[in-house]
Design a protein around this ligand. Structure first.
Ligand SMILES: Cc1cc2nc3c(=O)[nH]c(=O)nc-3n(C[C@H](O)[C@H](O)[C@H](O)COP(=O)(O)OP(=O)(O)OC[C@H]3O[C@@H](n4cnc5c(N)ncnc54)[C@H](O)[C@@H]3O)c2cc1C
Length: 294
């Protein structure tokens, strides 16, 4: 697809036109596109990526149509595009525990592995056995240790590895206890995180070591901050909400204000958790450099 308006697919409901977009339906097709378009950016469910309202002049591959799952005993193998909540429900139906945390946020499996997503004391890397990746030349299996997982980090960030699928070993458990855990997680999130009805991109900044970005931001006065069509969420200062008219430049300007206030008060430089795709607007490029957003 050419000149594709991406805004309706992003959880922020922000984003301009992408020059070329592919949405492969099988892993084989995905690998063929990766071989033909080595510079393409791979995205999942766009719930951790701020896409510039000024568009992106390159190629993007969106993975969410690849969502096959295979279950053998307690082992689950899933393709990279499946969304966390769907995978979580499939695990429940098969009486398998370990994916409850994914019920609460919209990331794809590939995005979750790339980001080493976590919530409610569970992490995507906890139950991984192996991951199939494309390294630019060929397809290879990586063990959990080879993925170098740490807080919001995987080796995919350093070595341009594209996640194709992953195999997990879950634990057999009774359906009611799994369902109860999911319900608890959903109830907790309702009071601590904005739902997608308020367009957002999850936590804006990573937690500094032994500290909470939300608490630092709150005490630096971020809850009262707004910029253009976006504002900091009243219930938790590490979320930015698009009120419907927000642009990527509004988000980056607000992030800059938020991080400056924390740095002034605590001499702590907050590092963005959300990622950025764009490059057509000079001020955005400058703000990205200042913020060290990737
Ligand atoms: C309401 C809300 C709540 C959230 N809560 C949480 C939470 O509790 N915990 C948490 O960790 N996150 C949370 N997030 C953030 C987000 O959902 C996660 O970061 C998720 O892992 C992103 O997945 P995605 O598919 O949307 O990634 P995208 O935004 O599409 O991409 C994110 C990054 O992953 C890379 N990527 C995507 N797919 C692949 C692939 N197949 N191979 C290699 N790289 C790939 C992209 O290039 C990009 O750099 C939340 C977001 C929202 C909107």
């Amino acid at each position: 697809m050419l000149d594709y308006d991406i805004s309706k697919l992003t959880s922020f409901k922000i984003g301009g036109e992408i020059k070329k977009v592919y949405m492969p339906e099988s892993v084989e097709e995905f690998v063929q596109i990766l071989q033909k378009e080595p510079e393409a950016v791979v995205l999942g469910n766009l719930s951790n990526t701020l896409i510039s309202s000024y568009g992106y002049d390159g190629t993007v591959i969106i993975t969410t149509k690849m969502e096959n799952v295979d279950i053998t005993g307690t082992k689950i193998t899933a393709e990279c595009g499946i969304k966390g909540p769907k995978l979580s429900k499939i695990a429940l139906e098969n009486h398998l525990s370990g994916f409850e945390f994914m019920i609460g946020f919209p990331g794809s499996l590939g995005g979750n592995i790339f980001m080493n997503a976590s919530a409610n004391n569970q992490c995507i890397s906890d139950k991984i056995i192996s991951i199939k990746c494309f390294d630019g030349q060929s397809t290879k299996d990586f063990s959990k240790e080879e993925m170098e997982f740490s807080y919001r980090h995987s080796i995919c960030m350093d070595k341009k590895l594209i996640v194709l699928s992953a195999m997990f070993e879950l634990e057999a458990a009774d359906e009611i206890s799994i369902k109860n855990k999911m319900d608890e997680i959903l109830a907790f999130r309702k009071s601590h995180q904005p739902s997608l009805a308020l367009p957002n991109c999850g936590s804006v900044f990573k937690n500094p070591e032994n500290n909470s970005a939300g608490k630092l931001l709150e005490s630096a006065g971020a809850k009262n901050m707004a910029q253009g069509g976006v504002h900091v969420w009243e219930n938790h200062a590490n979320f930015i909400i698009n009120d419907g008219t927000g642009t990527s430049l509004d988000v980056l300007r607000l992030m800059h204000k938020m991080s400056e206030e924390v740095e002034k008060k605590y001499q702590i430089k907050l590092i963005p958790e959300i990622r950025y795709l764009g490059g057509n607007n000079k001020e955005e490029v400058e703000l990205c450099k200042k913020l060290k957003i990737k």
